[in-house]
Design a protein around this ligand. Structure first.
Ligand SMILES: Cc1ncc(COP(=O)(O)O)c(C=O)c1O
Length: 336
């Protein structure tokens, strides 16, 4: 039975071409700043995101947490959407690493209303934790792989700036948003102080994320990365995979988006309550999500229950058209 793994876009395995690039990579000790391939990746991603500098880190979680540490002091408040990754899935790291509290703001499909963010800023008063950072996520994962309207991205950053807060854009899937919207990543991130990007999701690299921003801030971020245990030595073998992904796997994200639309259409025809996808994620409301996960998994279609009554299916490099049709057929069968 051929498995169709739709749990996440993180499940991809490096392609033969990527493995060749890894094998050929020039390396050095990156903690000493000696790895030419890491340096090339950092420069390339800084340019791609329109920022002065970038820092290669092992994960999207570390990129977000270095950003939070750089922008805040212990006791501060960080505003983000209620479904945001650092609030839900980063193991409490913002409290552990930076000693901050998170103020979750309910959004629509993962997108906050700038007026709701403006309302988080309160007068200076000894009772209140000061809001020193506002985060947004583009695409918004739990929101449905949602692409922020550009005007909203700009307005959120503006409201934060007016309140005296810094801004961080979790761009784990920013290139999905760029491809889906036709708006370059650098433009999408323009109003934001720092922005992260993951190589290990839709781009298909095995490991790695980058945090981009002003050179002075990113230089300080190197120390935070080291303190968190993220200083890597001959990391050029990983950076080479990232460079390869940027050369070969960006345009094809449109295929993932097309397949997500086909999957959503097939599931809706089978009677499922499907949230219309904007990028590579399909969320479906079901009566018993853990049960559907188990039953589909037993038939070779892997998906994840993201709550008692909601499942997520994600398209990626390792799922082709036949895999999508097979997933639709299996899930249609389970609905009968
Ligand atoms: C929006 C978003 N941000 C950050 C992360 C964290 O990435 P990592 O799993 O590499 O720590 C994820 C992971 O799925 C994510 O979806």
């Amino acid at each position: 039975m051929k498995l169709v793994d739709l749990r996440s876009d993180t499940v991809t395995r490096p392609t033969p071409g990527m493995r060749e690039a890894i094998a050929r990579a020039e390396v050095g000790d990156d903690v000493f700043g000696d790895d030419p391939t890491v340096r090339a990746l950092e420069e390339r991603v800084a340019g791609l995101l329109g920022k002065e500098a970038a820092l290669f880190v092992p994960s999207g979680t570390m990129a977000n947490q270095v950003a939070i540490r750089l922008h805040t002091a212990p006791g501060d408040e960080v505003v983000m959407e209620a479904g945001a990754h650092p609030f839900n899935y980063e193991a409490g790291a913002a409290a552990l690493v930076s000693g901050v509290q998170i103020r979750p703001v309910p959004g629509r499909r993962g997108v906050m209303d700038p007026a709701d963010v403006a309302a988080c800023f309160r007068p200076a008063d000894p009772h209140f934790a000061p809001v020193t950072l506002v985060c947004a996520e583009d695409t918004a994962n739990r929101g449905g792989g949602t692409v922020h309207p550009l005007a909203t991205l700009d307005a959120l950053a503006e409201v934060a700036r007016e309140g005296g807060a810094a801004t961080h854009l979790d761009g784990a899937r920013l290139l999905n948003a760029a491809v889906a919207s036709g708006i370059p990543a650098a433009r999408r991130a323009r109003a934001w102080d720092t922005v992260s990007l993951c190589l290990s999701k839709g781009l298909g690299a095995p490991v790695g994320s980058l945090l981009a921003g002003p050179a002075e801030l990113i230089a300080r971020g190197r120390r935070v990365r080291k303190a968190l245990g993220g200083g890597m030595r001959q990391a050029g073998i990983l950076a080479a995979a990232g460079l390869y992904a940027l050369d070969h796997h960006v345009g094809r994200l449109a295929d993932d988006h097309r397949r997500a639309r086909r999957l959503a259409e097939g599931l809706a025809e089978a009677g499922y309550a499907v949230q219309a996808p904007e990028t590579n994620m399909v969320y479906v409301a079901v009566p018993d999500a853990p049960r559907l996960q188990a039953e589909a998994g037993a038939r070779g279609v892997r998906l994840v229950a993201v709550g008692p009554d909601r499942v997520r299916l994600v398209t990626h490099l390792d799922v082709d058209d036949a895999g999508i049709e097979r997933a639709i057929a299996v899930l249609a069968e389970l609905r009968r």
